[in-house]
Design a protein around this ligand. Structure first.
Ligand SMILES: *[C@@H]1O[C@H](CO)[C@@H](O)[C@H](O)[C@H]1NC(C)=O
Ligand SMILES: *[C@@H]1O[C@H](CO)[C@@H](O)[C@H](O)[C@H]1NC(C)=O
Length: 492
């Protein structure tokens, strides 16, 4: 954030009076900033902490009266997808336009551990997501999650309104995001300060601002969000930090179950804010409760019911689905078994034996049923060059019993899928909520997105001999979901 300051400090030993230039720069810079921003009619960007705290400060006129919701996705793709689904539900409940985020690099942003009460604060994770999103735009690598996941049924149902993060930022902060890629250094420096201001505003870095931003500070250490649940609002959740943890870590946390509509909906302080900013929306069942979001079916709200039904299964975009199926029918040739083996990341690298065991058992039973060889499709994070010493190497060598197939990032089919995804321009098809010059390309040089993981999931969803996944992997969970709700689309 403070690169110029850092550079000065680094050079400190060479300067005799390092503090003088610093303070002079600071004093000189402040009025200049005020001047600059007061010149810009479309600016909602306050500069000093003073203007930030000012109660009179409000959003860009265009943003007033419009209500948006954003959140900070993180970790791997499957986690980002499940957070996206939670965000859709909450945006539907609160009747806010959901800001659709990009797909973040695998584990570029991490949350920490909810059960251990050790997580990144909501405002910090929001800021990391912001910084990462800008990096993606700069690198020509920005892919919206709506370019991978088919949300057309949601959009056409008008159950929810959506806007691309880049469109939102352009309108709400009144900045031209194409400037991110400008090579004009003069323009760059003033732009980058507006960009920074926009980021801190979105992240709620300085807390909530009247009518403009409401920054949700609650996270999984204090809150489980519910909706129309039979529980009383603000009731204690069944999962609390135990005495040992409280003592050891000096924790003061108490987890309460809060109704998202009562606390953040009409009549609440949050309701008047144009932007409602959550941190992580990650949740998972834990010790008989949910870690952060426990929103279940409720019969009282029809719109919410339909939304709940729709998000149970959101398929990949047709381009990815069709190339996955093409590989199934033309290359593997049905019937086949799919094995998804996570062997490298985090917790998974210590469980190779258990991970292979499930596959071994399944293959033994298939061998008894015949016919041979058995078609197996493997998706794994272990590079093909490293299979030899593992059970996978054994399978490849035993060509009498097994015929092994797999996909790589540089396979023609995978590259073709990435190209057709780019050509389809799905993010531009998000319903334009605001009449403006949205839907432009933001920094046009774009690299081909990585789509291998998505095609592999489609292939596995179509494996008619069965699916063996890695225990605890969210990818495996997503494939199971696809097999349950979407496998009928594998035929033909
Ligand atoms: C939801 O928001 C839209 C757009 O702001 C508004 O027109 C509509 O009346 C709202 N619906 C409800 C039920 O409040
Ligand atoms: C894979 O093999 C390469 C050399 O062939 C080696 O450097 C690397 O550490 C191996 N990776 C794993 C995860 O075993």
């Amino acid at each position: 954030m403070s690169t110029p300051t850092k550079m000065l400090l680094k050079r400190k030993p060479q300067h005799r009076f390092p503090l003088i230039p610093l303070s002079i720069i600071f004093i000189l810079a402040l009025p200049l900033c005020f001047y600059y921003y007061s010149l810009r009619p479309d600016s909602l960007i306050p500069v000093s902490p003073k203007t930030y705290d000012s109660q009179s400060h409000q959003c860009n006129n265009q943003a007033l009266g419009k209500k948006f919701l954003w959140y900070a996705p993180h970790s791997g793709f499957s986690n980002q997808l499940s957070e996206f689904k939670k965000a859709i539900l909450i945006a539907g409940i609160l009747n806010r336009t959901l800001i659709v985020p990009p797909i973040l690099d695998h584990h570029a942003i991490v949350l920490g551990s909810c059960p251990k009460f050790r997580v990144v604060d909501p405002k910090d994770i929001r800021l990391s997501v912001w910084d990462h999103a800008i990096e993606l735009i700069q690198g020509g690598r920005y892919i919206s999650i709506a370019e991978i996941i088919d949300i057309s049924s949601l959009v056409s149902s008008s159950l929810i309104r959506l806007i691309d993060l880049r469109d939102f930022v352009s309108i709400w902060c009144g900045i031209n995001l194409n400037m991110v890629c400008s090579h004009n250094s003069k323009l760059q420096s003033s732009f980058s300060s507006s960009l920074k201001q926009c980021g801190s505003l979105l992240a709620g870095l300085h807390g909530s601002l009247n009518k403009c931003v409401y920054a949700v500070d609650e996270d999984c250490r204090t809150t489980v969000w519910t909706y129309q649940s039979s529980d009383e609002d603000m009731m204690l959740d069944s999962f609390q930090p135990d005495e040992q943890l409280k003592k050891k870590k000096k924790l003061l946390y108490v987890r309460r179950r809060k109704d998202v509509h009562k606390n953040l909906g009409p009549g609440s302080e949050a309701d008047s804010a144009s932007l409602l900013a959550f941190g992580s929306l990650f949740t998972a069942p834990y010790k008989g409760s949910q870690l952060y979001v426990d929103i279940r079916e409720s019969s009282r709200d029809q719109k919410f019911q339909s939304l709940m039904k729709k998000i149970k299964f959101l398929p990949f975009i047709p381009e990815i689905m069709s190339l996955g199926k093409k590989f199934v029918h033309e290359t593997i040739k049905d019937p086949f078994l799919c094995a998804q083996l996570r062997l490298l990341d985090g917790q998974f690298k210590n469980h190779h034996k258990a991970t292979f065991q499930g596959l071994k058992q399944k293959l033994e039973s298939l061998r008894q049923e015949g016919p041979l060889p058995i078609n197996i499709f493997i998706m794994t994070d272990l590079s093909r060059d490293n299979w030899t010493e593992t059970y996978l190497g054994d399978l490849v060598r035993d060509s009498v019993h097994y015929k092994v197939s797999f996909l790589r990032e540089d396979d023609e089919l995978v590259i073709k899928a990435a190209k057709s995804l780019m050509a389809a321009g799905y993010w531009q098809k998000l319903v334009p909520n605001l009449k403006n010059n949205v839907g432009k390309m933001y920094c046009s040089t774009r690299r081909l997105p990585e789509v291998l993981l998505f095609i592999e999931q489609v292939v596995c969803s179509c494996a008619s001999l069965g699916f063996v996944g890695t225990a605890g992997s969210t990818i495996a969970e997503n494939i199971e979901l696809m097999r349950k709700y979407g496998s009928s689309s594998c035929l033909g």
